[in-house]
Ligand binder design. Structure first.
Ligand SMILES: *[C@@H]1O[C@H](CO)[C@@H](O)[C@H](O)[C@H]1NC(C)=O
Ligand SMILES: *[C@@H]1O[C@H](CO)[C@@H](O)[C@H](O)[C@H]1NC(C)=O
Ligand SMILES: *[C@@H]1O[C@H](CO)[C@@H](O)[C@H](O)[C@H]1NC(C)=O
Ligand SMILES: *[C@@H]1O[C@H](CO)[C@@H](O)[C@H](O)[C@H]1NC(C)=O
Length: 826
């Protein structure tokens, strides 16, 4: 292949490679990411719900992959090609869960999972189709070609899902109504039953209760997507409960009835493994492409060779420069890359400059691998940027320039959401945007997920807009702002549009709780040259309290590095020196306190922000409580009473400098920087004797304590699993829950059957992420921040041993053993 390419000049190579790809940005972009980024950097985690193929997060006796295949068929099966608009895969099943045709817990749980991926750019019906694609491939079956563009029904459709007790004639009529012939019907049934089985609880007339392990009787003897459903039906041993057993006398042996419709001709033709695969690929593709008449499906989705990811412009202090940052995702399945370079045009189309990139991380799909090349570069605000091309050099000398089908990858600079200057506090979303003074007045748009009144797990997407108010003019931009109260950060997207330009699809959950002022002093002049050669170090030239974060953050979060820039300027203006702050708002400093014995000193509420905690942040989050205290740099506890066993310790024990303020102390390990509401100080007096600490002093030793407790309950002297206290620079931070509908640590996912705490930390440590969390024995999740809704629970909850080391704990179902990177507190 490569030899042939080198016979041509590169522009030909380029067009040959690029023409098949969609032009970015495309409507399928979000679907494509969820489809191909299974594990690794920026993974979306869709396939984690069905990996391994036998897996169910809902306990034994279930197989999520089979449930995903089944919901695809059930959503499609009410199609009527004789009457418009036909129906098909349209998500109407979300409104049909009360129907006797849709029996089983899998429908609701699948839809709940899909709902967490659902947004304005990815419909529930595309997710139902993707669930079929992913479950078949993830279970070792063929690639079912995937197109996007389905739209969701807003109510129930007609009934008509084939039921086991139907007669042969009814089955034929039902499939004819759906647009499928008798051979199609047999193929779809056999392929649909290649994985999964029948639950005795739902269908006792097919599987007697107590007759199968976990009351779940498989269609064939394997969980994988293979040809055994056909082979065993014809040659035995037949175990399919829809073919033999009590279903026969109950006339519910529907597989037998369906397969016999043409005297076994079609099913016999499917016994060869390659034939079974290709037949299933084709019939399941037709199944998921059965859509309402008005739906226009996209081309079959192939992963982009080169795809921009998280591209962001951010106006910097002073308004003379713009930070241009993001990642370039390169498909590495068939190439070994030596370097990736960006060449950009200025805002009027003239030459801009070139930017070098550095590897930010790697990711994999079922059939593809990717490397993300990160960059962050400051460009002059006046000449700015309008588009860029990407040049990929391979180790064998081949160089290809990707121009996005000719026009370059577009970047609009009329409107940019200013992430560091925006914030979300107590549901108050405040968004700042920089808008070119020549562009139209902007509008803030918000899309929230709202639970539906009717019983369906799928929320509706409620869209709202808010007018924005013009503030300062900074360089060629005007700063606009707007605030809007949202009910939850989870799943809430926002963006700003100005005329035809928009900077949108931002996650509310990515915002900090405090808005950082933009500032007026220009960043360091070294980055103002027109040809910028930017690497990690360019963005981390600003020195700040978060040095460890900013070195890791070039590509994952432009807001962190820009925050550092701004916090530098804000701390320059702040004159206070480091010390224990006597008064914070309406709260008064009480001293350095220990945690309670065996319990937290303050149990009212807890909130974490390891990268950016300040005393003010904790005070704001604990408003209304009598006490609050900051511990271990980033942990904020609130309460109306203090545990009696919490005692005053030596003031010098509280020696962690707050990550978000260099002039404040934020407690230490097992030490709270404690504050009390000023008005209540006189009525409730705290212990004033300085007692020596009896509790060991770091979170690490807390875990050691529980380790000892675990071991001492063991009746034998054989080694027992324990909590690994630390690996390298990562230290155990506790056992955390997953929030509902979102992953606690969502930036990267590295599952493996060889999982150990060491492997997980090594994986998260490449980037490096602030947190590494091991879950369910084999999973490993990473992120720089927790998603809202994850709570610290007892260490005992994290009770599953690691898949790769029986002596270590790796979380549990819905529980993460979390490790935090060192140095975040100094
Ligand atoms: C089809 O195959 C099944 C299983 O081997 C058998 O019981 C049935 O009689 C066959 N049907 C016909 C029409 O041959
Ligand atoms: C863009 O670059 C061209 C030269 O390549 C220059 O003439 C033009 O003024 C630049 N545009 C802006 C807005 O600076
Ligand atoms: C939300 O925050 C903004 C900016 O701090 C403030 O002006 C506004 O009053 C707040 N709105 C509410 C309802 O608290
Ligand atoms: C990491 O933290 C531990 C205790 O929290 C400390 O003893 C150690 O020196 C730290 N290491 C680095 C490299 O900061």
């Amino acid at each position: 292949m490569k030899l042939a390419y080198t016979l041509f000049k590169w522009p030909l190579v380029c067009s040959r490679l690029v023409l098949a790809a969609p032009t970015w940005p495309a409507a399928i972009d979000e679907l494509e990411d969820v489809m191909v980024l299974n594990t690794g950097y920026k993974s979306r985690g869709f396939s984690s719900h069905i990996t391994p193929c036998s897996f169910s997060e809902f306990g034994v006796g279930r197989q999520t992959a089979a449930e995903w295949l089944r919901i695809g068929f059930h959503d499609m099966a009410t199609t009527n090609v004789f009457f418009e608009p036909h129906g098909g895969i349209d998500g109407s099943i979300a409104f049909e869960l009360q129907s006797g045709e849709n029996i089983g817990a899998g429908f609701a749980t699948s839809l709940t999972t899909y709902s967490s991926f659902f947004n304005t750019r990815l419909s529930i019906s595309d997710l139902i189709a993707l669930g079929v694609h992913a479950s078949v491939r993830g279970c070792g079956g063929p690639v079912v070609p995937m197109r996007g563009g389905r739209t969701d029904a807003t109510g129930a459709g007609p009934i008509g899902v084939p039921q086991p007790q139907n007669g042969q004639g009814v089955f034929v009529n039902q499939f004819t109504r759906m647009g499928f012939s008798i051979p199609d019907m047999i193929q779809m049934t056999a392929c649909g039953h290649a994985i999964g089985g029948v639950h005795a609880g739902n269908f006792p007339e097919i599987v007697p209760v107590g007759s199968a392990p976990n009351d779940y009787h498989l269609f064939d003897t394997t969980l994988e997507f293979d040809n055994l459903i056909a082979v065993q039906y014809l040659n035995g041993p037949v175990s399919d409960p829809l073919s033999v057993g009590i279903s026969v006398m109950n006339t519910r042996n529907s597989d037998f009835v369906v397969f016999n419709t043409d005297k076994n001709v079609t099913i016999k033709a499917m016994t060869g493994a390659p034939t079974f695969s290709s037949v299933c690929s084709s019939i399941l593709q037709r199944m998921i492409e059965t859509v309402p008449l008005n739906v226009q499906l996209s081309d079959v989705i192939a992963p982009y060779e080169v795809k921009p990811s998280g591209i962001q412009l951010t106006l910097l202090a002073g308004g003379t420069q713009i930070a241009f940052s993001g990642d370039i995702r390169v498909r590495t399945t068939t190439r070994t890359v030596s370097s990736v370079t960006i060449t950009y045009k200025n805002r009027t189309g003239g030459a801009g400059g070139t930017i070098t990139t550095t590897v930010a991380g790697t990711a994999s799909g079922f059939d593809d691998s990717f490397t993300f090349y990160g960059f962050s570069s400051n460009i002059p605000a006046v000449s700015s940027i309008s588009s860029f091309t990407v040049t990929v050099a391979e180790t064998d000398g081949l160089t290809t320039t990707f121009s996005n089908n000719g026009g370059g990858f577009p970047v609009q600079d009329d409107v940019m959401v200013l992430g560091p200057q925006s914030c979300l506090s107590n549901g108050n979303l405040t968004v700042l945007a920089a808008v070119r003074s020549t562009a139209a007045t902007p509008t803030l748009g918000i899309t929230q997920k709202v639970p539906r009144a009717a019983a369906t797990p799928v929320p509706s997407l409620a869209k709202a807009t808010a007018a924005m108010v013009k503030g300062a003019t900074v360089g060629p931009y005007d700063i606009y702002s707007a605030s809007y109260i949202i009910s939850s950060a989870t799943g809430t997207k926002f963006g700003v549009s100005s005329g035809p330009s928009a900077d949108d699809f931002k996650d509310a959950s990515s915002l900090d709780s405090t808005c950082v002022p933009l500032g007026s002093s220009d960043p360091s002049s070294t980055s103002s040259s027109s040809t910028v050669s930017s690497t990690t170090s360019t963005s981390s030239t600003s020195k700040s309290s978060m040095s460890t974060t900013s070195t890791s953050s070039t590509s994952t979060s432009e807001s962190v590095s820009t925050t550092s820039t701004s916090s530098t300027s804000s701390s320059t203006s702040a004159t206070p020196t480091l010390g224990h702050k006597p008064i914070v708002g309406s709260y008064t400093f009480q001293g350095c306190y220990t945690e309670g014995t065996g319990m937290r000193a303050l149990t009212g509420a807890v909130f974490y922000d390891y990268p950016a905690m300040t005393l003010e942040m904790c005070a704001t989050n604990c408003a209304g409580f009598t006490y609050w205290g900051v511990e271990y740099g980033g942990e904020c506890f609130c309460g109306n009473s203090l545990a009696p066993s919490s005692t005053l310790a030596n003031l010098n024990d509280c020696n962690f400098i707050c990550p978000g303020s260099q002039v404040e102390y934020c407690g230490a390990g097992n030490r709270l920087e404690l504050y009390q509401l000023t008005s209540s100080t006189s009525s409730t007096s705290l212990s004033s004797s300085s007692s020596s600490s009896t509790v060991s002093s770091t979170s690490t030793s807390q875990s050691t304590t529980s380790t000892t407790a675990e071991s001492s309950t063991s009746p034998t002297v054989a080694p027992t699993p324990s909590i690994v206290p630390s690996v390298g620079s990562y230290h155990y931070a506790g056992c955390y829950t997953e929030p509902s509908g979102v992953r606690a640590l969502s930036s990267a996912f590295y599952p493996t059957d060889a999982q150990t705490i060491e492997l997980c930390i090594a994986a998260c440590g490449q980037t490096p992420y602030m947190y590494a969390g091991a879950e369910y024995g084999r999973e490993c999740w990473c992120a720089n921040a927790f998603s809202a809704g994850s709570n610290l629970v007892g260490d005992g909850d994290c009770s599953m041993v690691c898949a790769g080391n029986q002596l270590q704990y790796c979380g549990a179902g819905n529980r993460l053993s979390v490790y935090i990177r060192n140095g975040t507190t100094t």
